[in-house]
Design a protein around this ligand. Structure first.
Ligand code: SAH
Length: 271
């Protein structure tokens, strides 16, 4: 997978992509990351990338010319072919107005061979970039950041860990929060149930007793069926508490419904 990042702050990426899984994926040549300095695609002596907004208003706007020049210099496939998905390439504009970045968007991107990430700054980017240069706009959440760089790093990270070979253990990616149910290749102990689109279950490690807080007995007992059931219940509990929207979307099993009824019952009797 090749990531190419277009930014006015190329040094920004020295840190965040140099650790852990992304670093190892880079070293193993699973990914390649090129950072392009937008100012190199300007023609005036001040290397101007921004200008005042037409119609007045606050702040500055990233000009279209350097962005078009930069992306065109990368030799990407024509936009209509990218939009028809006949080439495994995508040009993405980071923008709070874009479609929300989710695990399933990350899974879609992980199937591509090349992703170009355009990072906005200031008040944003001339709209013609969204209309005619980028294939899509992606937002990493309902909040406003000062620039697209953090969003770009988020996408690189989330997509990289989905690439085959990036995680030490292929199964971990299938069992994490938000990951829709799928058959785990080669089975695997029943206690490591996939999240099935819910939030992950809670994790504990040694020591079993820490400052008077005990790790749950059931996890130490070694009964896989009990552990699986406990984890599923905890995943449902957490999802119900923080993300009931995910519960509504998932096709819950008979067992899930029973566990949810138990959870509701415990809630109404413990006060
Ligand atoms: N005026 C814009 C905000 C611009 S923020 C608005 O109100 O919608 C400047 C740049 O930061 C944007 O062009 C975009 O590239 C980036 N950015 C800000 N918030 C973001 C988010 N939630 N997701 C992705 N990129 C974001």
């Amino acid at each position: 997978m090749k990531f190419e990042i277009v930014t006015i702050f190329p040094d920004f990426f020295r840190g965040p992509l140099d650790y852990g899984i992304v670093r190892r994926a880079h070293e193993a040549k699973l990914i390649e990351i090129s950072v392009h300095d937008l100012r190199e695609f300007t023609t005036d002596k001040h290397r101007t990338v921004d200008d005042r907004p037409f119609g007045g208003g606050e702040g500055m706007v990233l000009k279209p010319e350097p962005l078009f020049k930069c992306v065109e210099s990368l030799g990407v496939a024509p936009r209509d072919r990218r939009l028809r998905q006949t080439v495994p390439e995508s040009v993405i504009l980071l923008s709070p107005q874009g479609e929300l970045f989710t695990q399933s968007v990350a899974q879609g991107l992980a199937r591509l061979a090349r992703i170009i990430l355009i990072c906005g700054r200031y008040e944003g980017v001339d709209e013609r970039v969204a209309e005619a240069l980028a294939d899509r706009e992606i937002s990493i959440g309902d909040y406003v950041l000062s620039g697209g760089e953090l969003g770009g790093a988020v996408i690189v990270d989330a997509v990289t860990r989905l690439l085959p070979g990036a995680l030490g253990n292929e199964r971990s990616a299938q069992q994490e929060s938000f990951t829709a149910a799928q058959k785990i290749a080669g089975g695997g102990p029943d206690s490591t149930c996939a999240s099935g689109g819910l939030l992950d279950y809670p994790h504990y490690t040694r020591p079993a007793m820490f400052r008077g807080m005990a790790a749950p007995e059931v996890l130490i007992g070694g009964n896989h069926e009990q552990i699986r059931r406990w984890r599923r219940r905890k995943a449902l509990e957490k999802t119900l508490r923080y993300r009931p929207d995910l519960l509504a979307r998932e096709g819950l099993s008979e067992e899930d419904r029973k566990l949810l009824a138990e959870i509701e019952l415990t809630k109404s009797t413990s006060f």
